[in-house]
Design a protein around this ligand. Structure first.
Ligand code: ATP
Length: 299
């Protein structure tokens, strides 16, 4: 288990991360979110031991994170960090060697991962000759070549098409199943919702929201009602507690203040014609993120 306890980081006078605490269990995918400059990269670098913290403690399975356990860690950074003049196979040998793997282990793992990501034919190609998406695949392979016990994924799907995103997702879920503790960071809230049970949202280094995603959603008062059919938007907006109405190609999304408004909306709907759908939903993580981060920015 990864434990981050009361961690603070100053760059000179500048406070980049303030009193951050969270844990990531074995086989858990944890979301670390924030807008640009929130302190995510600083946190990742402290967790991986690349950067000293000013205060606090970080342990992985009760041991301080230092060079003795870097073999157990994988880090997929947002920036490319590949040696592009090397072939994929040479890069794997170099990187796997740094992680303490034997040539045989590297070869077997590389072949397996190339196959899973459907790029076996690029094994002996120079990395600089590969497309952006395929370079992202190679970078992902390097991050997990050592079957890490702790894995940090920073915008892992960057530059990938939907089919390749699925290939990545399968591998991430496989690592989770094998017990890897994963920290997942992305600006795509739908991806965070797909993977993460718990999360932290940072704004200017401060934690503005943390905890179990399901509980966060339940405690959030606002809800959405999805309606398909003929409604009069103006009439609906007259109901107290209806905040706004969005119209997509096939349905209306009614944003309401809290649970109590559902009945009033339902009463109105019974007077309408051709209603084929009425579904009450928790808010999306995107809505919660925008509200929480927006409110903190205004402070
Ligand atoms: P992004 O999503 O843009 O990558 P981030 O959440 O990863 O952002 P960090 O890179 O951790 O944010 O930066 C947090 C804060 O610390 C920012 O205000 C940034 O300007 C500052 N910062 C980062 N690195 C340094 C450094 N080496 N020296 C001084 N300040 C830094």
């Amino acid at each position: 288990m990864l434990k981050v306890e009361h961690v603070t980081k100053y760059y000179g006078e500048h406070l980049a991360v303030k009193d951050l605490s969270f844990t990531v269990k074995e086989g858990e995918i944890f979301g670390l979110l924030g807008v640009n400059g929130a302190g995510k990269t600083t946190t990742f670098r402290m967790i991986t031991g690349l950067l000293d913290k000013t205060e606090g403690q970080i342990t992985f399975n009760d041991k301080k994170v230092d060079y003795n356990i870097t073999d157990q860690i994988g880090f997929l950074t947002e920036e490319r960090s590949l040696l592009t003049k090397l072939t994929v196979s040479e890069q794997a040998k170099f990187y796997g060697g740094l992680k303490g793997l034997t040539e045989k282990e590297i070869e077997e793992r590389l072949d397996y991962l190339l196959e899973r990501l459907k790029i076996s034919e690029y094994k002996t190609r120079k990395i600089k000759e590969l497309s952006k998406g395929n370079q992202q695949k190679v970078q992902f392979i390097m991050a997990i070549i050592n079957k890490p016990k702790l894995l940090i994924l920073d915008e892992p799907f960057s530059g990938l098409d939907p089919i390749n995103i699925e290939l990545f997702k399968d591998l991430i879920l496989e690592l989770k199943k094998e017990g890897t503790s994963i920290i997942f960071s992305s600006h795509r809230m739908d991806h965070v919702e797909y993977f993460c049970e718990s999360l932290v949202i940072l704004v200017k280094g401060q934690t503005v929201l943390s905890g179990n995603l399901k509980e966060i959603k339940e405690s959030y008062r606002k809800k959405n009602i999805r309606i398909e059919g003929n409604i009069n938007e103006e009439e609906l907006l007259k109901i107290k507690g209806v905040i706004k109405i969005e119209k997509s190609s096939s349905e209306y999304i009614i944003n309401i203040e809290d649970q109590k408004v559902i009945e009033e909306v339902f009463k109105y709907i019974t007077k309408c014609k051709n209603i084929t759908k009425f579904v009450v939903e928790e808010p999306t993580l995107n809505e919660i993120f925008i509200e929480k981060v927006g409110a903190s920015y205004e402070k």
